[in-house]
Design a protein. Structure first.
Length: 145
């Protein structure tokens, strides 16, 4: 019996034994993960590069909203959720709207610090598919000369 058959058997058994389900599924997961590493090699995350500086973007990423009188800091996760002031927001726009108190497009309002020290808006990362869902039918804007 090969590894995939054993994992399949464990998953079927997990369906029939709800009290042991977490342990059985964990065991099946470990078997499959070990087999993948053995046959494919170590799993690596896809390369995420800042479109402006060509340097890697690392998550979680520190982000902020700058208003006239205050700065609101947060932490952006790879799934486009944001943690700020003890809350976790499911989207960048929800973070911006709740923290500012009025509806706001978070992709255009929330900024991050690039590896070279300059600042950019999260919309740049969305256009390149690094954060959130990429926009369909839009091409990246041409740089202004």
């Amino acid at each position: 019996m090969d590894v995939t058959q054993r994992a399949s058997l464990l998953m079927r058994l997990a369906q029939k034994c709800p009290e042991d389900r977490p342990a059985l599924l964990e065991w099946a997961h470990e078997l499959l993960e070990e087999e993948i590493r053995r046959t494919v090699g170590p799993l690596r995350e896809p390369s995420r590069v800042d479109p402006t500086t060509e340097q890697p973007i690392r998550f979680p990423l520190r982000v902020f909203i700058q208003t006239r009188d205050r700065r609101i800091d947060g932490i952006l996760h790879r799934d486009a959720s944001v943690e700020a002031n003890g809350k976790r927001y499911g989207s960048i726009s929800r973070f911006a709207s709740d923290e500012l108190g009025y509806p706001e497009n978070g992709y255009r309002k929330v900024q991050y610090e690039r590896p070279d020290g300059s600042f950019g808006v999260i919309d740049e990362l969305r256009r390149d598919g690094i954060v959130g869902r990429p926009l369909r039918g839009r091409r990246p804007r041409a740089p202004v000369l």
